[in-house]
Design a protein around this ligand. Structure first.
Ligand code: ZN
Length: 384
């Protein structure tokens, strides 16, 4: 009996601290009115219920659960929101949020900072977020305690960073790009991937899995499937570039996203060419496919971008080559990855000078070291 009383108190304390931490983050409207509180947390982001918000605001909203849409008014402005996409329509104009609206069991959860910023900017409201007296550290702690009370084990796994998937581009019957002197992209990619794997394994407890360890052909879609099945926390696809213009040189890191410029489209088309060897001849990704894929990945877009810039920075520090920056395009190999992911182009093997460098083992080792340091830096945000 005593034990049950104890258990009861524990539960009481637990639910009290949960409710308390949640309500500490409030949306403040005119005259210090409270328009909402954080009711949901995912991937380290705070969300609030739009259903409650619009109820408090006007006591009137229109929800269509079949179409996953909610429509409400703020003054004379009409706001339309659809579940599971990062777009909001205000007075018939679409705006993109940094994070997706989450739709769960009839409730629309909007990312608190993005959403209020959008309203303030587009319709001139003056909503603010009150974190009460929580310090930055406490805010972070309350995020963690909130997420862990939702589903302890699942959230713990999310916060733990323990598996990296390294994907050496091409292989087997697919040589990838061929250099001016005949160097094959698949060989450079495999060598740098193995060096990187060794460095990570030697110096950390992180598990590293390669999508191929030999010169074999692996289908593009199987690479991400493999990464998801192994519950990877980061997917790094390694390649070398090629261009018709032999002067093109430098390293760049790609994220999946709608095609924006000609050069990036060419890189993606070349990397997607392996699809033809898989019997998918002629199937190119449309921009609609890419928008869908980008939306599906919006939960880890920020993390992918963070890692991509770390890679560029670390390579720039160690290697004498042109920094071409972080770009986005439609890479089939990154589609469907349920973890942060990037595709690194180490350099142009179509450039005789750069091909020569890439054939040098200490140059390749320097590239692997750079990516290794980017991983270390990236990992820090998980261990704090
Ligand atoms: Zn490639």
């Amino acid at each position: 009996m005593k034990f049950f009383i104890y258990l009861y108190y524990c539960l009481l304390l637990f639910s009290w601290s949960f409710a308390n931490a949640q309500q500490e983050i409030k949306i403040i409207g005119p005259n210090n009115s409270i328009l909402g509180t954080v009711d949901y947390i995912q991937e380290n982001r705070f969300y609030f219920s739009l259903n409650d918000f619009s109820d408090i605001l006007l006591k009137k909203n229109f929800v269509n659960t079949d179409l996953q849409k909610i429509v409400f008014s703020i003054g004379n402005n009409k706001v339309k929101v659809t579940g599971n996409i990062p777009f909001v329509i205000i007075n018939d104009k679409p705006y993109q949020l940094k994070n997706t609206i989450i739709y769960k069991k009839g409730v629309f959860y909007a990312p608190i900072d993005d959403f209020l910023e959008l309203l303030n900017k587009r319709i001139g409201t003056q909503y603010s977020i009150n974190y009460n007296s929580l310090s930055i550290e406490n805010k972070l702690e309350s995020k963690i305690s909130l997420t862990s009370s939702v589903d302890l084990n699942q959230e713990k796994k999310k916060w733990k960073f323990d598996t990296i998937i390294i994907d050496p581009g091409h292989g087997g019957k697919d040589p990838g790009a061929i250099g001016y002197r005949g160097t094959k992209e698949k060989d450079i990619a495999l060598d740098v991937s193995k060096r990187l794997a060794k460095k990570i394994e030697r110096n950390s407890k992180t598990k590293v899995i390669l999508t191929r360890e030999e010169d074999i052909f692996v289908r593009l879609q199987d690479r991400t499937k493999f990464a998801n099945a192994n519950e990877g926390d980061l997917f790094i696809s390694i390649h070398t570039n090629a261009a018709e213009d032999r002067r093109a040189s430098g390293f760049e890191t790609f994220l999946i996203g709608p095609n924006k410029n000609e050069a990036a489209i060419k890189v993606a088309a070349r990397e997607n060419a392996a699809l033809e060897l898989e019997g998918f001849s002629g199937k190119q990704l449309t921009n609609e496919d890419l928008i869908k894929a980008t939306i599906a990945q919006s939960a880890f877009a920020a993390k992918s971008e963070e890692f991509a810039s770390l890679v560029q920075n670390e390579i720039k520090k160690r290697v004498q080559s042109k920094d071409r920056g972080v770009k986005q395009a439609g890479f089939y190999v990154l589609m469907g990855a349920s973890m942060p992911n990037v595709l690194i182009e180490l350099g142009f093997i179509s450039n005789p000078n750069e091909e020569k460098k890439l054939n040098n083992s200490s140059y390749r080792d320097m590239l692997a070291t750079s990516i290794y340091y980017a991983v270390l830096e990236y990992q820090k945000s998980f261990n704090d």
